[in-house]
Design a protein around this ligand. Structure first.
Ligand SMILES: O=C[C@H](O)[C@H](O)[C@H](O)COP(=O)(O)O
Length: 257
């Protein structure tokens, strides 16, 4: 029997379980594990597939958190340099639009996440219903997370503003540490807020941001995901496809709800 969770957690778990059931097949040997608060449920469901199938697999993390998830679950940890081709990567998202463009990087992991998304034959998003949006910038108002090189960051912030950002602050660590958040790659994170006109053309904005000196990666993922799974409050899961088609599936008996 599954544990009773708070509604948002239950929705995350539904999405994660459903995505694993649909996309992580027995023959898959190299699996990418994303970051965030939804991904632990992905690992939980993969572990439930059994030791026999998992002992023949290797799991590639997108950062410190997912590395620990893999190790703590007793799964085999691998490195992207050894396995530059991944069968399937499952990851969370901060906001997903009708075309499966998404904002990622709420946890500052967007660079490694993009590497694993692009390395995967199939890249799948998992989220609760709050992340589902008609256009980017609608439900996620914190801006586009960027990873930038510390050297010359003040110059880089000016360049981001010149592209139309209304705000582009460095993400600060808060009470736990004085100073900026430092990514798993030793870089700074910027949350760049752009007006709707720019957010509604995410591929163009991504291209412009990537062209700036000092920008390592942009938390806009355009044309990468194959499907997005959203857990709903009523216990169903909405699957959104690249062509904008949506289908609803009920949670399996005894599953995540
Ligand atoms: O950097 C963090 C990642 O992009 C996460 O996948 C994203 O922030 C979603 O996280 P959560 O599942 O906690 O909403």
């Amino acid at each position: 029997m599954s544990t009773k969770l708070a509604p948002i957690e239950a929705a995350k778990r539904l999405a994660a379980y459903s995505a694993v059931d649909h996309h992580v097949h027995e023959q898959h040997r190299v699996i990418g594990i994303g970051s965030g608060s939804t991904v632990p449920y992905v690992v939980e469901r993969i572990v439930a597939q059994g030791e026999d199938v998992n002992r023949n697999r290797v799991f590639i993390p997108t950062g410190f958190q997912s590395k620990n998830l893999i190790v703590d679950a007793g799964l085999v940890l691998g490195d992207i340099e050894q396995f530059p081709e991944i069968d399937v990567t499952i990851d969370g998202a901060d906001e997903v639009d009708d075309h499966l463009n998404c904002i990622k990087g709420g946890g500052g992991c967007q660079y490694r996440e993009k590497v694993l998304a692009e390395a995967a034959k199939t890249f799948i998003l998992v989220a609760d219903y709050r992340k589902k949006s008609p256009a980017l910038g609608t439900t996620w108002s914190h801006g586009v997370p960027l990873e930038i090189v510390p050297f010359g960051y003040a110059r880089c912030l000016r360049s981001i503003t010149a592209l139309g950002a209304t705000r582009a602050p460095l993400r600060m660590a808060g009470a736990a540490k004085a100073g900026p958040v430092v990514s798993d790659n030793g870089n700074f994170i910027v949350d760049a807020v752009f007006p709707d006109a720019r957010m509604h053309q995410p591929a163009e904005l991504l291209r412009d941001l990537k062209a700036l000196t000092g920008v390592v990666e942009v938390g806009l993922f355009c044309g990468v995901a194959k499907a997005a799974y959203f857990g709903n409050e009523d216990g169903s899961v909405t699957i959104r496809h690249t062509d904008g088609r949506e289908e609803e599936v009920a949670a399996h008996e005894g599953d995540a709800h």
